[in-house]
Design a binder for this molecule. Structure first.
Ligand SMILES: Nc1ncnc2c1ncn2[C@@H]1O[C@H](COP(=O)(O)OP(=O)(O)OP(=O)(O)O)[C@@H](O)[C@H]1O
Ligand SMILES: [Mg+2]
Length: 250
């Protein structure tokens, strides 16, 4: 498998205080990684550094072999817009636009696909995530789960190589969490590489690999293999992950 992302000797400090210490890992195309760890262990900081939203203090981040940690802000935002998608705990959709307009906006901004392709992608994504019927609704008129599904559509409009999520289900109830995770598993199955940060073991059990951060360093990692929607296998994955998490003494 091709290496999509490589993190080498990554350090990050805030005003001299080290937060990430010598982080090294590789992400292959098609992986689904969940980053876990105690509050304050540096999960969000790591996600922001590897996705170019923040700069590492030292170290390298290679995207398909190209060091993105040295790019100018302008070049970095171009990479983010065209090759990466982002979802957060809250959807951050624009208030005065419809769901559909929010989804297509980054498509027009990136200017890599034609108007027809952008609209077609939006239709396919909204259909896939079950929000097609609310496409013309104002964002105030839909549920939290629907907003998050719209945020996923928006993140995928330019067909990114990798999708990053910081607690993407953190504000959702268990039903909406399951729906969002089903969508993420489907997208991943179709080839998009995913890295999310989560506190929720049930959510992390959908990933193919779990990385545990402790005190700013990679403490351990667990291979779960590709997720399949089989009840018995799901229970086994959750059990395996839970007992592994119990052994992480942070
Ligand atoms: N912009 C910043 N300036 C100063 N310190 C920061 C900044 N961002 C994060 N930190 C510090 O870095 C450490 C790691 O923070 P981070 O947000 O990455 O943790 P986290 O693992 O995502 O926690 P949580 O699970 O609560 O979201 C914390 O001690 C935090 O206070
Ligand atoms: Mg965080």
């Amino acid at each position: 498998m091709k290496i999509l992302l490589e993190v080498k000797n990554l350090y990050k400090s805030f005003e001299g205080t080290p937060v990430l210490k010598d982080i090294n890992f590789r992400v292959e195309e098609g992986e689904f990684i969940a980053i876990m760890g105690q509050s304050g262990s540096g999960k969000s900081t790591l996600l922001y550094c590897i996705s170019g939203m923040d700069r590492p203090t030292s170290g390298n981040i290679l995207l398909y072999g190209k060091d993105i940690s040295k790019l100018s802000d302008k070049q970095m935002s171009e990479v983010r817009l065209k090759q990466m998608g982002f979802i957060f705990q809250h959807s951050y959709l624009l208030k005065n636009l419809s769901i559909r307009d929010n989804i297509v906006l980054p498509g027009f901004k990136a200017n890599i696909l034609s108007r027809e392709q952008i609209n077609q992608n939006a239709n396919i994504l909204m259909e896939k995530t079950g929000i097609h019927s609310v496409g013309d609704h104002d964002i105030k008129m839909v549920s939290g789960g629907q907003l998050q599904r719209a945020a996923i559509c928006r993140a995928l409009i330019n067909q990114p190589d990798i999708l990053f999520g910081d607690e993407p289900t953190g504000a959702l109830n268990s039903g909406a969490t399951k729906e969002v995770m089903n969508i993420l598993n489907e997208i991943n199955h179709q080839g998009t590489t995913i890295i999310i940060v989560t506190h929720d073991a049930k959510v992390a059990s959908r990933a193919s690999r779990v990385i545990f951060l402790g005190d700013g360093a990679i403490h351990d990692e667990l291979n779960l293999g590709k997720y399949e929607e089989i009840e018995e296998k799901n229970l086994y994955r959750e059990k395996k992950l839970t007992s592994w998490l119990e052994r992480q003494d942070f």
